[in-house]
Design a protein around this ligand. Sequence first.
Ligand SMILES: Cc1cc2nc3c(=O)[nH]c(=O)nc-3n(C[C@H](O)[C@H](O)[C@H](O)COP(=O)(O)OP(=O)(O)OC[C@H]3O[C@@H](n4cnc5c(N)ncnc54)[C@H](O)[C@@H]3O)c2cc1C
Length: 230
Amino acid sequence: VSADYERVQVLDKGFVGLVDYQATDLSVVNSARVSFGKRHEEMEEGDDKLVEFLLRENHGTPFEHNSMTFHVKCPIFVAREWVRHRIGSFNEISMRYTEIIPEFYIPEDKNVRTRVGKPGAYTYVPMELFTAKHFRKVLEAEGEQAARNYKSAMEQGIAPEQARMFLPVNTYTEFYWTINARSLMNFLTLRTAPTAQWEIQQYATCVEGLWSGIMPVSHGAWVKHQKKES
Ligand SMILES: Cc1cc2nc3c(=O)[nH]c(=O)nc-3n(C[C@H](O)[C@H](O)[C@H](O)COP(=O)(O)OP(=O)(O)OC[C@H]3O[C@@H](n4cnc5c(N)ncnc54)[C@H](O)[C@@H]3O)c2cc1C
């Protein structure tokens, strides 16, 4: 348990932090070996290969005997994609009970994109600079106006649960997310893939980095067999 967990910055104002975890590669090995009444005290020679075998052959359950809790601050539109991952637990800041100080995601010039290609095979490339700059300027102005309307509505006595209707989907939200490695790998396969929206890819890559620090063998096997190349 880490009380002052590191928060790795993502996008302009977001972060991911690993709040708490009970997760080791050894638990993967031991939960598989219990089938044969065996247990190791620490990772031994050949255990890396066992982890890789389990992953490659889709023996998913040994990757479920662990738990990781992440603290995430991200734009609402990223959170909407995130909560589609049902195998995990979420608790999010309540904009019914809390009057927030709204913060808005504004992409950098180079991350303002245009879509090219056909349905089913779209790719995204940087928008030309003039339009990108204009887009960002309007987005910033809209955020400022939204924050003013939100605050003013509450000053007039409107409940926060309705005042929040002024806040757009690039408003930052925060949540705790608790997940096991099996479900985490499914999330990472889908959300680090080049087909995922760039913004959630940034978060997924950050989650991947934190996970690789505590389950390096499982991470290596996942990279080899399930990670989609960009
Ligand atoms: C690039 C991309 C584009 C997307 N576009 C859209 C879109 O246009 N519209 C949209 O609605 N969603 C979209 N999604 C969301 C997607 O459909 C999934 O909801 C999301 O990726 C979660 O994946 P999951 O179900 O595998 O994960 P989880 O919900 O975490 O489930 C993990 C696994 O558990 C099993 N499982 C969970 N629930 C059930 C169940 N009820 N029945 C059987 N097995 C279950 C499955 O094996 C599943 O893979 C998109 C996702 C991606 C990555």
